[in-house]
Ligand binder design. Structure first.
Ligand code: APR
Length: 321
């Protein structure tokens, strides 16, 4: 079987870690594209020079020429500016929309059959714009947000309960902003509801709810927490790992159900917008969106999040994108 060709558009912090993870996992041959001359070439050379030590055998090419992504099977887009302290993801809108426009035009030109995972922020708007400019079918354009938000939520739950994070299942839906919706009701440790474990730990229902509320809040603010600490950029290890989980599901046709920023055609009562929902990822990209019943509180929270996405998209359209 021929190796997959994976194009990474954006060779910054996330792009570099993506390239290294793909190499270590031998997921495919990598083309790392960036507009900054020397950056993708330098990173590619640096990573590939560890191939003897790490024992991987793929090709890695750094480039400033879109032509090199020709025929890519999978494209992961991280081009764009990251947040600085005090900035919201939406502040990035204008700058990154201009960049995404160019990226989508070039991916359409050189890799018209590819499956695309967008990571650049503001995520929901950038995925929407990529889809609009490329004209790709919706199963081939998705965004990474929920895998990371869910991983953050799971991490906090594992710390709180003193259990391995490997046994924690928790999902975050909605837009990738402060209105995201951690689904508390279904959060579990090997099937045991997290709320029950918290109630047993504290022997107090109100205290358990308070502790969960704090974890939910931290999850929503987790990206900002990293930005405040780093001061010079935003999270990059965990977004890269999360994007790789989605890429693996696609490359190996795993049919994993991952929280994915997917285009909705009426599912969850949403028509015509990209929103974070559980989706089956396989060789055809988003193979289907998985619906489940939300209770009234979850539904209200998701509606609120969808409204935030709608107003972001309206802002983007007003700006001419
Ligand atoms: N085409 C391709 N790459 C571009 C373009 C462009 N038009 N404009 C800028 N870039 C590149 C930059 O040169 C930089 O190397 O995008 C890269 C972005 O890398 P970083 O600034 O290191 O940002 P990173 O942490 O990787 O985050 C990228 O993902 O999570 C989001 O909010 C984050 O929007 C940001 C994106």
């Amino acid at each position: 079987m021929a190796r997959k060709k994976i194009a990474l558009i954006g060779g910054g912090q996330i792009g570099g870690v993506l390239a290294q993870l793909i190499a270590l996992k031998q997921l495919g041959d990598v083309v790392l594209f960036d507009v900054v001359e020397g950056l993708p070439q330098g990173k590619s050379l640096d990573i590939v020079e560890a191939s003897r030590v790490d024992g991987f055998d793929i090709s890695l090419k750094g480039t400033n020429d879109y032509k090199d992504i020709e025929g890519a099977d999978l494209v992961i887009v991280t081009a764009g500016l990251p947040r600085k302290p005090g900035m919201s993801r939406d502040d990035l809108l204008v700058t990154n929309a201009k960049i995404m426009n160019t990226v989508a035009e070039n991916v359409k030109m050189y890799a018209s059959n590819s499956i695309v995972i967008v990571v650049s922020n503001p995520l929901d708007a950038m995925v929407t714009l990529f889809k609009k400019v490329s004209g790709f079918p919706t199963n081939r354009v998705m965004g990474q947000a929920g895998v990371l938000d869910s991983s953050r939520f799971s991490t906090f739950i594992a710390w709180e309960l003193g259990v391995s994070v490997k046994d924690v299942n928790a999902m975050v839906l909605g837009g990738h902003g402060d209105t995201m919706v951690p689904i508390v009701r279904y959060a579990n440790v090997n099937g045991i509801p997290v709320m029950e474990l918290l109630e047993r730990k504290y022997n107090d229902k109100a205290k358990a709810q308070e502790v969960m509320a704090a974890m939910v809040k931290r999850t929503k603010m987790a990206g900002g927490e990293v930005v405040e600490l780093l001061k010079t950029g935003s999270a990059f290890y965990s977004p890269a790992s999360s994007s790789i989980a989605m890429a693996e599901a696609i490359i190996y046709d795993e049919k994993r159900i991952l929280p994915t920023c997917a285009f909705l055609n009426g599912q969850f009562g949403v028509e015509g917008y990209y929103v974070g929902v559980p989706a089956v990822l396989g060789a055809n990209g988003i193979e289907r969106v998985v619906e489940f019943a939300l209770d009234s509180e979850e539904k209200a929270a998701l509606d609120n999040s969808v409204n935030a996405v709608k107003s972001l998209i309206a802002d983007m359209e007003r700006l001419g994108f």
